[in-house]
Design a protein. Structure first.
Length: 466
């Protein structure tokens, strides 16, 4: 058997028997109808194999048993969280063990003095956020799927969210990890302290590694004091270029918004069609800015003036927290709303320098016209991280082809503008070709060397990244 060859029936039977020798029966799923439901994440155009078995461990020792077994039998292992990913990074390999970590969902510690939380990988992001709020603390990373996605998945993809413009991404909050390696050994990285520079930063290496280097079974996360309730401002613009000019003015002016988000005309219409939220469909771009400072109204007023100077046709600050939350709900449902336009979406995740944001959005408009497709753009504008979302009918072969070609053209545009192929969704299967283009041959050689050091048999999430 090659390093990651799918096992035959005899090997599969042996695999299940070996797994059951160290796992309770309810943790090992073999019914094909059940295991098939674990084959995919939420990405389009990403192949997936049929798992041989799905394992749902509850303890570190059970994860170690799975990895020892997989190593001895040379069987691939695909770690999964909630499968809300958008790049195929959690898709099953043929004949693999799917290692679903959703049952490891305990918050083990919240320490207000050290300002840390220690959690298992299956903890839901929103669950952790609410738990630390009760201690007057704040866990900032908040992906749009925060009510579903897990901390382990967030770590695996180095996910971001709406508040990254002020608070940063997941990588900046992971202090230490407990990781089960490919051969079943348990390794601890990082620290619980505010400072620490002992040795190579292996913690940061695992963040964004998409389960290709080891299985995260525990994470020590940094927390912030809970900020004041934020207020949101909505500004309408007659063009996306004007909205992007406002973004540049805000950031150049030294302002530190807790959120700075953009929705283009297509996205605003999709949200209104889905949820009837009454957003202004006459606008070409809607910019949302928020502040969680002691005097957010004053900050919003200053930003409102900058928006007007950039050509905003209307600037409306929210009166209270409830109205602010309504605007944020509209932004959070953008991707769901765009999916409803044609039934299927390809979601790009191109991040460019803020100064190039307008050029990227104008380029996306040209791509949409060229391929005769609906492409909506929502963006973490304060970070330059855009999500051009191609809407198409998956049952139409020609439209599917055009969708894929338009996706690639947008990726190429992002690189031409000095950007990156992914700001927070990861590479997975969807962007393997583009990773090689971005990193170059020497970069890819070193990436593969790191992978080989941690996973010499190549059994951890094979076929992803490279």
């Amino acid at each position: 058997m090659s390093r990651i060859q799918a096992p035959n029936d005899e090997t599969t039977g042996n695999l299940v028997d070996r797994l059951l020798s160290g796992l309770p029966p309810e943790a090992v799923l073999v019914d094909p109808d059940v295991t098939a439901s674990y084959a995919n994440d939420m990405a389009s155009f990403c192949e997936a194999g049929v798992p041989a078995v799905v394992v749902l461990p509850r303890t570190v020792e059970q994860v170690q048993h799975v990895m020892r077994t997989a190593t001895e039998l040379r069987v691939p292992v695909v770690p999964q969280g909630a499968r809300t990913g958008l790049s195929g990074g959690a898709n099953a390999s043929e004949g693999c063990v799917v290692l679903s970590l959703t049952k490891m969902d305990r918050i083990l510690e919240i320490n207000p003095v050290d300002r840390i939380a220690v959690v298992e990988p299956g903890v839901i992001n929103a669950t952790l956020s609410r738990a630390v709020n009760e201690h007057g603390l704040h866990y900032p990373p908040d992906p749009s799927s925060w009510e579903m996605c897990t901390i382990g998945g967030n770590i695996g993809t180095a996910s971001g969210g709406l508040c990254c413009v002020k608070y940063g991404v997941t990588a900046e909050y992971v202090l230490g990890l407990d990781v089960v390696l490919a051969d079943g050994r348990l390794m601890s990285t990082g620290r619980r302290t505010a400072k620490g520079v002992a040795g190579y930063d292996l913690t940061r290496l695992f963040v964004g590694s998409e389960g290709s280097l080891g299985i995260v079974v525990r994470a020590t996360l940094a927390l912030k004091p809970q900020p004041p309730q934020q207020l949101v401002l909505a500004a309408e613009f007659a063009s996306a270029a004007a909205a992007c000019d406002a973004v540049c003015r805000i950031m150049a002016g030294g302002h530190v918004p807790s959120l700075l988000e953009l929705m283009d005309r297509t996205t605003v219409k999709a949200v209104n069609d889905l949820a009837h939220m009454g957003l202004p469909e006459t606008t070409e771009a809607l910019l949302l800015a928020a502040f969680d400072t002691p005097d957010p109204a004053a900050d919003l007023a200053a930003v409102g003036e900058l928006c007007e100077a950039a050509g905003a046709t209307q600037v409306v600050p929210a009166d209270d927290a409830a109205e602010s939350e309504l605007l944020l709900q509209a932004r959070r449902m953008s991707l769901t709303a765009l999916e409803a336009v044609k039934g299927t979406t390809m979601i790009d995740d191109v991040c460019v320098p803020r100064s190039k944001l307008g050029e990227l959005i104008e380029g996306v408009e040209r791509v949409a016209e060229k391929y005769d497709l609906t492409i909506g753009v929502c963006a973490h504008a304060g970070d330059g991280n855009t999500h051009p979302t191609v809407c198409f009918d998956a049952a139409d072969p020609d439209e599917s082809r055009r969708a894929r070609e338009s996706f690639d053209e947008i990726m190429a545009l992002g690189l031409e503008l000095g950007g990156t192929i992914t700001g927070e969704h990861g590479v997975g299967i969807l962007k393997k070709e583009w990773l090689a283009r971005e990193l170059g041959p020497v970069g890819m050689e070193m990436q593969r060397a790191v992978k080989s050091a941690f996973d010499p048999l190549g059994i951890l999430n094979p076929g992803k990244l490279f």
